[in-house]
Ligand binder design. Structure first.
Ligand SMILES: Nc1nc2c(ncn2[C@@H]2O[C@H](COP(=O)(O)OP(=O)(O)OP(=O)(O)O)[C@@H](O)[C@H]2O)c(=O)[nH]1
Length: 311
C-alpha cells in the first residue's frame, strides 16, 4: 500500500482494488441536484457575434450573477434568441451603448446608428413602458435544443482522452448548427465543481486504481458538487423555457427544470459517444472506465451497444 493511504482503512474489494481505503468510512454524499428555493439572479453583461471555424455563427453571452464571481456563458445559435436583461432599456441608454453591449437586432456594420431598428431588414425591437423587450416575431421562443455543459479544461483544451467532454461539446454545437437554433449554457464548474487542481489530484488517484467517483470521495469531495440553478436562470433570461436537453445525466434534467418547473424539458436527447456509434470518436481505456462509472454509479442513461468491443 502506498504511504498516501497507510492511515486509511482498506476499501471493500467490490468498490475498488484492495490497496484502496474503505469508502464506507469516508463521506459518501449523494449526488445532489442542489435545488434552490429561490433561483439565482443573472444579468447578461455583453453579447457578441462569433464567426466559427465550424461554419455557423454563434452569439456568445457573458453573465454575472448574485451567487459567485465566475463568468458563466451562454453560447447561442440563432440571432433571434434574446436575453431579457441585456435588451432591457437602461436609464440613459443610448443606441451606441446598446450596440456596444450587443443588444441589437440584425447585424452590426460600420456606420450603423440604431440598435433597435435593423436598417437592412426593417425589423424593429419593441419595448413595454417599463423598458422590457416585448416578445414578438423578432424573438425566438419555441422549443430549443439545449446543452448544460460544465467546464472541462482537460477535455476541451488539453486534448484529454480521459473523458468525453470535448466530444460532447463539439457534438452539441454540430446539432445546434444544423438546427439553426440552440444554446449551450457553459457553467464554470470545472471537475464537477471541485476545481481543476482537485481534478488533477483525482486523476492521479484514478491512475492509482480509483474510479472517478471514488477519487472524488477520497479527496473528501462529493461525487458531484455541481448545481444547475444558474443554468435555469440563464435559460429563463433567454426565454428558452421549453427545451430539448442533450444529456445522459438524469440529475441534470431534474436540476435544470428547477424547483417550480420554471423550465420544461420536453425531450431528452441522448449523447451517445461517437465511438459507440461506429464513428470516429474518443477511444481510450480511461474514457471506457469513466463512462462505465457514470453508468454504474451515477445512473447515467446510457448503454454500450454489445457489438462495440473494447477496441
Ligand atoms: N471530478 C472529476 N470531474 C471530472 C472528471 N472527468 C470529467 N470531469 C468533469 O465532469 C464534468 C462533465 O460534465 P458534463 O459533461 O457537463 O455532464 P455530465 O454530468 O457528465 O452529463 P452529460 O450531460 O450526460 O454529459 C466537467 O466539469 C468535467 O471537468 C473526473 O474524472 N473527475
Amino acid at each position: 500500500m502506498s504511504d498516501l493511504f497507510k492511515s486509511m482503512p482498506l476499501i471493500s474489494p467490490v468498490l475498488a482494488p484492495a490497496s484502496f481505503p474503505r469508502l464506507d468510512d469516508l463521506e459518501k454524499d449523494e449526488i445532489s441536484s442542489n435545488l434552490l428555493e429561490e433561483l439565482p439572479k443573472v444579468e447578461c453583461i455583453a453579447r457578441a457575434r462569433i464567426p466559427t471555424t465550424q461554419g455557423p455563427e454563434i452569439f456568445l453571452h457573458l453573465y454575472s450573477n448574485n451567487v459567485d464571481n465566475k463568468e458563466h456563458l451562454a453560447i447561442v445559435f440563432g440571432e433571434d434568441i434574446r436575453s431579457r436583461t441585456l435588451y432591457k432599456q437602461r436609464p440613459d441608454d443610448t443606441q451606441d451603448d446598446r450596440m456596444t453591449r450587443g443588444a441589437y437586432i440584425g447585424k452590426l456594420f460600420p456606420g450603423r446608428k440604431s440598435a433597435d431598428l435593423d436598417p437592412k431588414s426593417g425589423k424593429e425591437l419593441k419595448f413595454s413602458s417599463n423598458g422590457e423587450l416585448i416578445l414578438d416575431e423578432n424573438t425566438h421562443t419555441s422549443p430549443t435544443i439545449v446543452r448544460i455543459h460544465s467546464e472541462c479544461y482537460t477535455g476541451e483544451t488539453a486534448w484529454s482522452a480521459r473523458c468525453d467532454c470535448g466530444e460532447q461539446f463539439d457534438e452539441a454545437g454540430r446539432l445546434m448548427g444544423l438546427d439553426g437554433h440552440g444554446c449551450i449554457v457553459y457553467l464554470r464548474q470545472e471537475g464537477r465543481g471541485i476545481g481543476l487542481g482537485e481534478k488533477l489530484k483525482a486523476y492521479n488517484l484514478q491512475d492509482l486504481g480509483a474510479d472517478t467517483v471514488q477519487a472524488n470521495l477520497l479527496l473528501r469531495h462529493p461525487a458531484d458538487k455541481r448545481s444547475f440553478s444558474l443554468a435555469t436562470s440563464i435559460l429563463m433570461d433567454l426565454n428558452l423555457v421549453e427545451v430539448k436537453l442533450l444529456t445522459n445525466n438524469p440529475d441534470k434534467i431534474v436540476a435544470v427544470e428547477g424547483k417550480n418547473k420554471e423550465i420544461k424539458v420536453l425531450e431528452r436527447v441522448a449523447m451517445v459517444p461517437l465511438a459507440w456509434q461506429d464513428k470516429e470518436g474518443i477511444e481510450s481505456k480511461e474514457v471506457e472506465g469513466y463512462l462505465r462509472t457514470k453508468i454504474e454509479k451515477m445512473g447515467h442513461l446510457l448503454q454500450k451497444p454489445i457489438n462495440i468491443g473494447a477496441k
